[in-house]
Design a protein around this ligand. Structure first.
Ligand code: SF4
Length: 192
């Protein structure tokens, strides 16, 4: 059975996907494949730190409750993220906007972990959210796939977003009101 490392941006976005992975497997080209899955929390730019801790702990509690394999890469780096965005993004350099860099730096770390620990596939729960830029996630994932030689699977879970949110509420999970970084906190809404 192939090993999947599923990047989890937060517990509420993981609920539907975890249930689907457990019951059916990973949906590949319209067919389910059973996989061994591990969820990986790596979201170092959540602001403020107390919110980071809250989302991280919600994720850990949820995984423990479901008895699903998980890891937390507990490296908080708000300063590094902000410095990079302010100095580089939108200035004709590598990343045209902050979310592209944000996807890249999170998924790169997940790929590194996958490489070191012999995973076959990487994916992310970001793709259940209608608020994220799916084309850019796909592009970033495919670039990392080439760089690391590990398959990146993009699945458009958006039609299940509301159901997932409902399931998360039923579990009594903490539900955040903004995407995560200080910019989205300041916006007060998920607009990029
Ligand atoms: S809005 Fe969300 S995806 Fe975009 S940079 Fe902020 S945390 Fe990352």
């Amino acid at each position: 059975m192939r090993k999947l490392l599923m990047h989890a941006c937060c517990a509420p976005c993981f609920v539907y996907i975890e249930n689907d992975l457990r019951k059916n497997g990973l949906l590949l080209d319209g067919k389910y494949e059973k996989v061994e899955y591990t969820a990986c929390f790596y979201n170092p730019n959540i602001h403020p730190k107390v919110e980071y801790e809250r989302r991280k702990n919600t994720f850990k509690d949820f995984c423990a409750q479901k008895k699903c394999d998980f890891i937390v890469i507990d490296e908080y780096d708000l300063n590094g993220y902000i410095k990079y965005v302010v100095e580089n993004v939108g200035k004709g350099k590598k990343y045209s906007y902050r979310c592209e860099y944000c996807y890249y730096m999170r998924l790169k770390k997940v790929f590194e972990y996958a490489k070191e620990n012999n995973f076959d596939i990487v994916s992310t729960t970001l793709t259940i959210s209608p608020y994220q830029n799916h084309d850019i996630i796909k592009k970033v994932g495919k670039k990392l796939e080439e760089e690391f030689g590990i398959e990146f699977i993009y699945i458009d879970y958006r039609e299940h977003f509301r159901e997932g949110q409902k399931m998360a509420r039923e579990f009594g999970l903490y539900m955040q009101k903004y995407c995560g970084c200080v910019f989205s906190f300041d916006d007060g809404k998920w607009v990029y």
